[in-house]
Design a binder for this molecule. Structure first.
Ligand SMILES: [Zn+2]
Ligand SMILES: [Zn+2]
Length: 403
């Protein structure tokens, strides 16, 4: 390997100028990680194919922590229900009472609710889409005239509620929520088993991110109402998987969604920070050591991006196209490409054999078990997982086309 020779003496004026420009522009990801000198070209000289045969990562001056930039214009999850803006609200009732909000996976948030008075009552209608056997279907109900109390829906409460889904029933939640995508379901369960065995904080954040995102775009249900009250907002359509439950009042639904949305956005930032830290440490020393964590962290981030792409299908096509293009070039290219680079010397997922390769991680049981499980998921679902990004992440490890 070539070493960069240490500079002797001061830079020449033109060198000084170009160094200053690069500093302003920022070195690209490759040059930063490999500690190479970057230049102003796009792509930079180091990233051009003649130099970087194995470096299949777009040349970008964004850091790994910044590749979520495309999320800032995405507001599908904050879509305000019709007429729930402040101008429509005439006032609130004085009395606050406990209501139990749930997404239907066995956990509740106790929040205080109060009556709300509005100018235009059409605001209380709620609609949502469910994916049924014969395709997506839209449902709607008119919900109760209630809003959260004056303290709103706290971030702390929402965060603890997400933790319940992680710590006391993750498999049940995943099996039900991701029904229909068996590979992802099993992969998430394997990552969770790794988390249970190691309590590794970065993977915990990734799992929370998946839950918080999944719940943000999910309708909320409510209990704690009298029989008569529960009739308002009750889902009576037999084809809905929530038939018999009562929808949370529109305003509470929105308040919960809004708190959940800011939680998953913060978790996304933290997960990208964790991923960036894993790569920096991999390039400072041992690439192999961080490989399992990088794989899991990347898979969790990609599965959320995949869900987002699915969730924007019902929106304006121009907005969707822009969003998907922004996401697919740099963010996906970097996430999948960087992983490909650090894994070139390791066995592919399908080749994994603990007896043969376990010593790479000193026989670390959670790592070996996870890789063994991933191998069996790929064997089982090989042909079903072709189109997803998580599968591209796995395939960039050179899985034969016919596993
Ligand atoms: Zn560069
Ligand atoms: Zn570059």
């Amino acid at each position: 390997m070539k070493r960069i020779s240490r500079r002797k003496g001061p830079l020449k004026p033109e060198q000084r100028q170009s160094a200053g420009e690069i500093r302003k522009l920022g070195a690209c990801l490759r040059c930063k990680l490999l500690k190479k000198v970057c230049d102003k070209d796009e792509p930079c000289t180091g990233c051009q194919p003649s130099h970087a045969r194995l470096w299949q990562v777009p040349c970008t001056r964004l850091d790994v922590t910044e590749i979520g930039y495309f999320l800032k214009d995405w507001n599908v999850d904050r879509h305000m229900p019709y007429g729930s803006s402040i101008v429509n609200i005439r006032g609130f009732g004085y009395q606050e009472r406990s209501l139990y909000v749930t997404h239907g996976y066995g956990y509740h948030m106790a929040i205080l609710g109060r009556e709300v008075f509005v100018h235009d009552e059409r605001v209380f209608g709620l609609d949502w889409v469910e994916t049924l056997i014969d395709g997506p279907r839209e449902f709607d109900v008119v919900t109760a005239k209630l809003s959260a109390g004056k303290d709103g829906v706290s971030r702390k409460m929402v965060s603890e509620y997400v933790d319940l889904h992680l710590n006391s029933g993750f498999d049940k939640f995943v099996a039900s929520y991701f029904e229909g995508t068996p590979f992802l379901t099993e992969l998430l369960m394997s990552i969770n088993r790794y988390y249970v065995a190691t309590k590794q904080a970065n993977i915990g954040k990734g799992l929370r991110l998946v839950i918080a995102y999944a719940l943000t775009l999910h309708i909320t249900l409510i209990s704690g109402l009298s029989g008569e009250e529960a009739e308002v907002g009750k889902i009576t359509d037999l084809t809905s998987r929530f038939c018999g439950d009562t929808c949370a009042p529109v305003m509470i639904n929105f308040q919960v969604k809004d708190a959940m949305a800011s939680l998953w956005r913060d978790l996304m930032k933290e997960c990208l920070k964790e991923l960036s830290a894993l790569y920096s440490s991999a390039y400072k020393g041992d690439k192999v050591k961080n490989y399992p964590s990088i794989f899991m962290q990347s898979a969790l981030i990609l599965s959320v991006w995949e869900m987002m792409q699915f969730d924007c299908h019902y929106r304006d096509p121009d907005e969707v196209n822009k969003f998907c293009n922004d996401m697919e070039h740099v963010p996906i290219g970097v996430t999948i490409g960087l992983f490909g680079v650090i894994s070139t010397k390791l066995p592919t997922f399908l080749e994994w054999d603990t007896e043969k390769h376990g010593q790479v991680w000193q026989g670390n049981a959670p790592v070996c078990d996870t890789l063994t499980e991933v191998r069996s998921h790929i064997k089982k679902h090989g042909t079903l997982i072709q189109a997803t990004w998580v599968s591209r992440l796995i395939r960039c490890r050179g899985i034969p086309s016919n596993p």
